[in-house]
Design a protein around this ligand. Structure first.
Ligand code: NCD
Length: 308
């Protein structure tokens, strides 16, 4: 298949075939992490700018490592260390960066649609690394790959996404991607954290985790997006954790081969008990590991790489 997507902005733009192609490309990059010299010349001479207007540990580092392992020149810009903190607009910042001829801009921004806007204005390829509560396509791709590694087929699986669905770009991108692959998805959380239009995503809804936990093959836990909340949507964190936190006791009722996922950062003891986060059925660190390979594949495909 010819991969003719100029940008990676949303999971809704990607067909199942395109995602399969990304996974096939990812498979070619996985073993590089185990080599003594973790580098291939595929993107030598290309410039990747990570433009992060929101905090990040995993995603930014993952893109930086991915670019460097492909031999690209990688530059990181964060909001606090850039002229955005002096009042420069996103568009002005991006146009100035473009004057320096980058090939790919990886963009994280607090406003939904910021990467799309840049893709219309600039010549560089754009990858959405999370835009507000809208989408986080590279996270969904690495999540799907991780599920496939452990469950073989995604079609027919029943996947729960638990927590702050309303403010989660991870939930949104995963709902689209999982449905594209034929999984059944149920979102679980308090009414105040599940948007009214959720049914348009073709997913089921539950407000009671204990009642439905026995149905799921995969349970994806989410952090409460405090930075996007206005009023507190539940009486206390302890009450939230009692109803929607995943602990060993609750897991006794789950399927014996259930796997647990979380995009990170984990708030231990809130959405996931420490014993669950560290258990063998927790795939949290597999997700992080797969993230590097998936992002290598995407940079490679968008950067027109050769010489693997
Ligand atoms: C997520 C994000 O930033 O959307 N984290 C990530 O990219 N791994 C989830 C979160 O912050 O809760």
């Amino acid at each position: 298949m010819a991969f003719d997507f100029p940008h990676i902005l949303s999971m809704s733009n990607l067909s199942r075939e395109a995602m399969e192609f990304i996974f096939e490309t990812t498979d070619r990059f996985r073993e590089i992490a185990g080599r003594p010299i973790k580098k291939v010349p595929a993107l030598r001479g290309k410039t990747v700018i990570n433009l992060f207007f929101e905090n990040s540990t995993r995603t930014r580092t993952s893109f930086e490592i991915a670019g460097k392992r492909l031999s690209a020149d990688v530059i990181n810009i964060s909001k606090s260390a850039s002229s955005a903190s002096k009042g420069e607009s996103l568009v002005d910042t991006a146009k100035n960066l473009e004057a320096m001829s980058p090939d790919i801009l990886v963009v994280r921004h607090g406003s939904a649609g910021a990467p799309l806007l840049l893709s219309k204005m600039l010549k560089a390829r754009i990858i959405n690394a999370g835009d507000g509560a809208h989408e986080h396509p590279t996270q969904a791709l690495l999540d799907l790959l991780t599920i496939r590694d452990h469950k073989k087929n995604i079609a027919g699986l029943h996947v729960a996404i638990v927590g702050d669905i309303a403010h989660s770009r991870v939930a949104r991108s995963n709902m689209i991607a999982l449905r594209t692959f034929g999984a059944k998805v149920t979102v679980v959380g308090p009414k105040s954290l599940i948007p009214q239009e959720i049914k348009s995503f073709g997913v089921g809804v539950s407000y009671d985790l204990a009642k439905c936990i026995d149905q799921f093959d995969v349970i994806m836990m989410l952090r409460i997006q405090n930075e996007r909340l206005g009023l507190t949507p539940f009486p206390s964190l302890r009450e939230y954790s009692n109803f929607y936190g995943l602990n060993l006791n609750l897991l006794k009722c789950a399927k014996p081969d259930v796997v647990i996922m979380h995009p990170g950062p984990v708030n231990r003891g809130v959405e996931v008990a420490p014993e669950v986060a560290d258990a063998p059925y927790s795939l949290i660190l597999d997700q992080v590991k797969n993230g590097v390979a998936v992002r290598m594949a995407l940079l490679y495909l968008l950067g027109g790489g050769e010489n693997l």
